[in-house]
Design a protein around this ligand. Structure first.
Ligand code: GTP
Length: 235
């Protein structure tokens, strides 16, 4: 395996599958099976999941809600998704632990870096909920932060497009995909990979970002095995 310890970032919206809202059990099961494959190969997997299928703080703020209140709701949404994913993984026989950045200790363990690492070493998938625990930060930033803290080899950002293009591939058919790109080129070309806070945190800490299509069966295991799937952002 090319990667021994990964941080997988999943979007909340992806959990909707074909639905307009909430969680699609079919999609959840598909993700659990993809993750199981890499765990069985001995790869240590940590996961950060978004909450956009349930609530987005930014959208709440746009509709007049206090931003901090909205972000708190968004953080709780990530916990709901985390619990759903934990359940789906356990249904497939994968050992998991969930840790949250906000304390809801009757529901999940509080985030403790050393404990998270021990869980990973024991082959448990660790799901990090509640983002960074702070408003004004995205789950991408939480994913990068946790990836750095647990010393992951890379952050794998699962999206519905299969990499980074020079233009929006959903709007421009002639858009060209990059196999690899440097952090500097992403900035110089004005490409959007993550929000700037997440992106610069990753760059400063030399954490490679891999953007790939998580909805294509087998992509995750291929990527982790070293096949050229998606786009790698590196120095
Ligand atoms: P080790 O024994 O250290 O390998 O890890 P472990 O997670 O199995 O040990 P622990 O005894 O800490 O946890 C046993 C179970 O309780 C696991 O399912 C944990 O996720 C869960 N657990 C531990 N701490 C908390 C907590 O603060 N809140 C909640 N809700 N569950 C917890």
């Amino acid at each position: 395996m090319q990667y021994k310890r990964i941080l997988l970032k999943l979007s909340g919206e992806a959990l909707m599958g074909e639905r307009d809202y909430g969680i699609d059990p079919k999609r959840l099961k598909e993700y659990a099976l993809e993750i199981k494959q890499v765990v069985e190969k001995g790869v240590e997997v940590a996961i950060v999941i978004g909450g956009g299928n349930i609530f987005r703080g930014v959208s709440g703020a746009a509709n007049g809600m206090d931003r901090v209140q909205g972000d708190h709701m968004g953080m709780l949404a990530t916990c709901i998704n985390g619990l759903a994913l934990q359940s789906a993984l356990e249904d497939e026989g994968v050992y998991t632990r969930m840790q949250t950045a906000l304390e809801i200790k009757e529901v999940a363990e509080p985030y403790i870096k050393r404990k998270a690492i021990r869980h990973l070493e024991k082959g448990r998938v660790v799901i990090f909920g509640a983002g960074t625990g702070n408003p004004y930060f995205t789950t991408d930033t939480a994913a990068v932060l946790r990836a750095i803290e647990i010393d992951a080899d890379a952050i794998l950002k699962g999206t519905r497009v299969d990499g980074i293009y020079n233009d929006d591939p959903e709007k421009n058919k002639d858009a060209i995909k990059f196999e690899t790109i440097t952090f500097k080129d992403v900035i110089n070309k004005g490409l959007k990979v993550m929000d700037m806070t997440a992106f610069t945190l990753s760059e400063e800490n030399k954490l490679p970002i891999i953007v790939f299509d998580m909805n294509k069966q087998g992509n995750l295991i291929k990527l982790v095995s070293g096949e050229p799937i998606g786009t790698i952002v590196d120095h």
